[in-house]
Design a protein around this ligand. Structure first.
Ligand code: GLU
Length: 550
């Protein structure tokens, strides 16, 4: 293409491709080290799929002694970028997905391969657009929106494949004089890639997880530089991932169909392609029973922030996503209950290729296990930090009763074989602890009777009276249980559960009913962690206040 045209398109000096290759040299890393990047478009929301991709990137990079970058695809200038980036960094920090390069949480931008915001890389893209124009591998297109819409309608009516290609690529045929005329008349333009592909021919590409895949070649002359001078995703992907020396591109499988185009761009620019992993999208079964992609608009769980807001521990989402990514994570976790998740040998090869279903039951169970592995002190600190953000009133209660709260949280925790599993999220701590506080605990005769429906009021009162006489807060657990049995016998309930089950009609009740009576009086519910431990923590005074006849 004529130099005159190129000078009109790029009137200002640009770095040369050679200068850029020198400025961003091949990285000096150990063999096998992977350089990965997550490249979100900053929007007001962080999709859980982005966290999934970032986690895979982070694991691949850090497990191999490589580098993990955050690059912002902010070429859609209409959006509010600063807040969106803060949000991304906050989620990364919450989840402990720590990037080495790009904007980092609480620090200046890091790394020698920046800028990491695409909007600040205009000159770099222009250097390569210019090169493609010079080599006749790209051309200017002056078609406006109206013309493009007309083309689209015409193709739809004629029932032919849509797009700017072959005979439909009008501006590909412009003469240099016509181009100059248009430029001089101030007509706006985009730059299109001059595809040399044939749709009827095939290209085979290889994905790390999916293996070899055959596609039709790309023959579309796609836009590589928009009217505002910024690149499209396709072009920016090639330029950035080449110059940032990305070794492995991990991205959603919605990019599979444009992969042949990307292969052509790399070839036209004279570069080797990185390796690719196209990840399956996270899906859900909706109310109508249909399987679909998690939707930003419809599904609260699509929002990565919602998990910490709802009180899941920071690693719950990560361990859940690791379990989605590598199904052997669960077995590994069982065998290594106390190891940091970073010790898990993550494998790209084990990633699934069909959409994984988001499953709250699984997330909750992973979360309960994570909390179950923590000490009471850790649970206290994490819960307090969460309450300070989301439940200020309970935060005050926690701080004013710190020792008592820690004892409550230690029930069925340290030194037991089976740790309590009643806390899934930090928000459950309040629910599971409020009854320990007298000013939060009210209980009517009606609610007691409702919960103890199968027993008579006389028996209930007798149980309370007899237990009150026998109870000694200093009793060890065995002695305590012996006393519960004594109560049963004294009120005419059986301690022989086998006999009871064989013929329940023959008895007024059994020893377990006695424990339930005590539990309902003391906790206000029929289910709770270990009653003996609860009574110890509550102390003599509270217990005798609660154990009064109705
Ligand atoms: N901004 C693109 C996206 O959010 C990035 C895709 C990629 O990782 O290359 O889908």
């Amino acid at each position: 293409m004529k130099q005159e045209i190129i000078d009109l398109v790029f009137p200002n000096p640009l770095p040369t491709p050679e200068e850029l290759e020198t400025k961003y040299p091949v990285r000096n890393l150990l063999q096998g080290a992977q350089v990965t990047r997550i490249a979100p478009s900053p929007t007001g929301m962080m999709h859980v799929g982005t966290v999934y991709g970032a986690l895979i990137d982070e694991r691949l990079a850090h497990q191999s002694g490589g580098v993990f970058m955050l690059r912002l695809e902010d070429t859609d200038q209409k959006r509010e970028v600063k807040e969106a980036v803060d949000l991304i960094l906050r989620v990364f920090n919450d989840c402990q997905i720590l990037n080495d390069e790009g904007p980092v949480f609480g620090r200046e931008e890091q790394g020698n391969y920046g800028p990491y915001f695409q909007s600040a890389r205009k000159e770099i893209y222009h250097a390569f657009v210019k090169k493609l124009l010079q080599e006749d591998k790209a051309y200017l297109c002056f078609c406006n929106e109206e013309e493009n819409a007309r083309l689209h309608d015409m193709q739809a009516k004629a029932n032919v494949r849509g797009g700017y290609y072959g005979a439909f690529a009008k501006c590909r045929k412009l003469t240099e004089d016509e181009i100059l005329e248009n430029l001089k008349a101030g007509k706006s333009f985009v730059v299109r890639f001059k595809s040399m592909g044939h749709y009827s021919q095939k290209i085979v590409l290889s994905d790390v997880v999916r293996g070899k895949r055959e596609f039709p070649q790309n023959d579309l002359d796609v836009v590589i530089m928009k009217g505002d001078g910024l690149p499209t995703y396709h072009f920016a992907h090639a330029v950035d991932d080449h110059l940032m020396r990305t070794t492995t591109v991990v991205r959603g499988d919605e990019w599979l169909s444009t992969w042949p185009l990307h292969a052509q761009l790399f070839e036209a620019l004279g570069w080797d392609m990185p390796k690719y992993i196209h990840t399956a999208t996270i899906q859900k079964i909706d109310e109508k029973g249909n399987r679909r992609k998690l939707s930003k608009r419809l599904d609260p769980e699509a929002n990565a922030m919602s998990f910490s807001e709802n009180g899941y521990p920071r690693t719950a989402l990560i361990e859940y996503l690791l379990n989605l990514a590598n199904s052997n994570f669960e077995d590994w976790r069982r065998a290594n209950p106390n190891a940091p998740y970073q010790d898990f040998p993550f494998s790209a090869k084990k990633l699934g290729t069909s959409g994984a279903l988001f499953d709250f039951v699984k997330l909750d169970s992973i979360s309960r296990d994570i909390i179950g592995r923590m000490s009471a002190e850790e649970v206290y600190n994490e819960t307090l930090a969460w309450c300070e953000k989301y439940d200020a009133d309970f935060a005050v209660v926690m701080k004013e009763n710190a020792d008592y709260m820690k004892q409550i949280l230690d029930i069925e925790r340290s030194g037991v074989k089976k740790v309590r599993k009643d806390i899934t999220k930090w928000s459950d701590v309040k629910k599971e602890s409020l009854f320990f506080f007298d000013n939060q605990f009210t209980q009517s005769k009606e609610s007691i009777l409702e919960q103890l429906k199968s027993l008579s009021i006389n028996d209930i009162n007798d149980i309370v009276d007899v237990f009150n006489k026998l109870y000694d807060i200093n009793d060890e657990k065995d002695a305590w249980f012996e006393k519960v049995k004594q109560v049963a016998q004294k009120v005419g309930f059986t301690c022989d559960m086998k006999a009871y089950k064989a013929n329940p009609e023959a008895f007024k009740g059994n020893v377990s009913d006695v424990a339930t009576v005590l539990r309902v009086f003391i906790t206000g519910r029929t289910q709770s962690p270990d009653l003996y431990a609860i009574m110890k923590v509550m102390g003599k005074e509270r217990i005798s206040k609660r154990l009064t006849r109705i």
